[in-house]
Design a protein around this ligand. Sequence first.
Ligand code: GYE
Length: 306
Amino acid sequence: KNVVNLTYQEPAPVRKIVLGFSQLGSESAWRNANTMSIREAAEEAGIELHFENADQSQTKQFEAIRSFIKQKVDVIAIAPVIESGWEPILKEVKQAGIPLIMLDRLANVSDPSLYVTYIGSDFYEEGRKAGKYVIDKMSSKDNIGIVELVGTEGSTPSIARGKGFRDVIKDRANFKILKSEPADFTFEQGKKVMKSFLTKMGGEIRVLYSHNDDMALGAIEAIEEYGLRPGKDIIIISVDGTNKAFEKMAQGKINSVVECNPLLGPNLMQAVNELIQGRSLPKRIVTPESVFTETMAEAEVGKRKY
Ligand code: GYE
């Protein structure tokens, strides 16, 4: 009766975890650093990464997600280009029984069971930090004309960076947002839209708030071509903290940068591993970040990892 069953059992073959990741594009230095970080972290964690880049097209992201479902990947991660329109496709993912992680940006869904966790920065706080910097820097009671380069319309960082900034400056009657327009987070659009701001109201602009560094770098060119001094005639505050922006800040052409960390690869791989091991994850994982100004730029430039 008490015989122990000693029949030899084949050990279960070790199969790599397969992760399908739908990256939204390659519009900025931030994005490229984010992609690198994910590729490297997957390699390090021994996770098989199926990577698709959507060139800022939501339709392409849908296609990528459907292909991940077909491939029966273990986990799907997405960096959604805009917030709206995701509910139907995320239902397909859920029906396929594949857990989904949101990375960097949020897909706005009414049913929270459609995703496991959202890993990324607090963009609202970034916007507030930018607003606080502008208030501290511009102590004069005169009218302060501000222009805003918005990123991609309807994207989480643009919505929240815009709101955080406005919530901080709204009590100051002399701070006026003269113009606010989307420039898709790219250098080219940043330059083009800044140029149009300058043609329409050159002399009135005292501050530029740019939702990312690439657009700010484009705007700097536009300002110089227009014959004004970036960082002096027009105070510039940007978001991300890329090496190139630090170089401009060390030259006094950008006045302050709010950090937004793209190196989310390790956080993502850890979440994937924990998920597969059956552990429960917090619904929101926020990455810590700082603010930098001209005085620190010299010491920091070159040390940046992106
Ligand atoms: O700030 C910008 C990029 O979603 C936080 O997207 C990201 C933003 C980042 O294009 O440079």
